[in-house]
Design a protein around this ligand. Structure first.
Ligand SMILES: [Mg+2]
Length: 341
């Protein structure tokens, strides 16, 4: 284990260490080490996204390993590219590092990131480092669109609303970590924690949904299903009804969560939420099979006000407090209308 301080190694020594460890994928003419990266374009249409993660705001090192953090910082960016129907290609990683950070800690971060970079065909081609008061991670990801990108704005009244995978697991995992629950040592809890630390960006699914414009509006779930559906509704000028009973919940979720609060409002699942006309139902099931991901129809777009209703199996509206997840009551009979705009 290397225990020298970053200050002793210097920025150039660190960059050299990082460069040696990184995969160089296709299309990289010149990666880290020159004034700028020289890259080949895979398609005329580029997709560019950036995310900044700040210690104690977006992550907590008490329960997050640096390898998981490296993995997740890239995953959330890939997810944004996937939500447009694109594929990721090149990333720059910029780090603000506390003075007492060690080179081996930086390397652990990149070890986690490289696992996903290799798996998803991402080349890390540059970035910057600086000293900082807390750990700061800034990722910029360049992707390409093999087909016309799918925006948030294409939903129409009567379109179906779908979600991939299961929802609520990542938020459940975070709650278990925050409360230091003993459940994290059991299978159900460990699964939720893993979903929190290492989400799976739905690259292939996003690509297939864009190929024939099967999905007309799409977003990835970072802020929570209702919140992200609200973004789609606002961009499309529609409302939506969500059937609580239809929400896809994992075995872990069913074992450990008390109600559907986290499935509706918990963030960071990085599943795809999309809308499509009812004529596309058979095609969507074929795409699910091909991508190897479950897709569930969870509601329908409606005309009128840009708001979302969540209804139970009897068609009764569920209560969700305005802006506050904490007031959610799974058996509530009071009026719920979550106002979006
Ligand atoms: Mg997004």
């Amino acid at each position: 284990m290397n225990t020298i301080k970053l200050s002793e190694l210097g920025e150039f020594g660190l960059i050299e260490r990082i460069r040696r460890a990184l995969p160089v994928g296709r299309g990289v003419r010149l990666g880290i080490g020159d004034d700028a990266a020289w890259l080949e374009n895979h398609s005329p249409w580029s997709l560019l996204t950036a995310d900044m993660l700040l210690q104690d705001v977006h992550f907590n090192l008490e329960w997050t390993s640096l390898a998981d953090l490296g993995y997740k910082s890239l995953a959330v960016n890939i997810s944004d590219i996937a939500a447009m129907g694109g594929l990721p290609a090149y990333a720059t990683i910029s780090l603000g590092l506390p003075r007492d950070f060690r080179p081996d800690q930086v390397q652990e971060f990149y070890r986690g990131m490289n696992v996903l970079a290799r798996r998803s065909g991402v080349s890390i081609v540059g970035g910057d480092t600086s000293v900082a008061d807390a750990l700061l991670i800034s990722v910029c990801l360049l992707g390409y669109a093999p087909y016309r990108p799918v925006s948030r704005g294409g939903a129409k009244p009567e379109f179906d609303v779908y979600v991939s995978g299961t929802v609520g697991d990542a938020a459940l995992g975070l709650e278990l970590l925050k409360t230091n629950s003993s459940a994290i040592h059991r299978q159900a809890g460990a699964y939720a924690v893993k979903r929190h630390h290492r989400p799976t960006p739905r690259m292939e699914l996003g690509r297939l949904l864009a190929r024939r414009q099967t999905a007309r509006a799409m977003i990835d779930i970072s802020d929570g299903l209702l919140q992200d559906l609200a973004h789609v509704c606002a961009a499309s000028g529609v409302g939506a009804v969500v059937w609580e009973e239809a929400l896809p919940r994992s075995r872990s979720y069913r074992a450990l969560a008390q109600n559907s609060r986290l499935a509706l409002s918990g963030g960071e699942d990085y599943e795809l939420l999309f809308c499509a006309p009812s004529a596309a139902r058979a095609e969507i099931m074929r795409i699910a099979k091909r991508a190897g991901v479950a897709i569930t129809r969870i509601g329908v777009c409606v005309a009128g006000s840009v708001s979302i209703q969540v209804v139970d199996r009897n068609g009764k509206e569920l209560m969700i407090g305005a802006g506050g997840h904490d007031h959610f009551a799974s058996n509530g009979r009071r009026k719920l209308v979550r106002r979006i705009t």
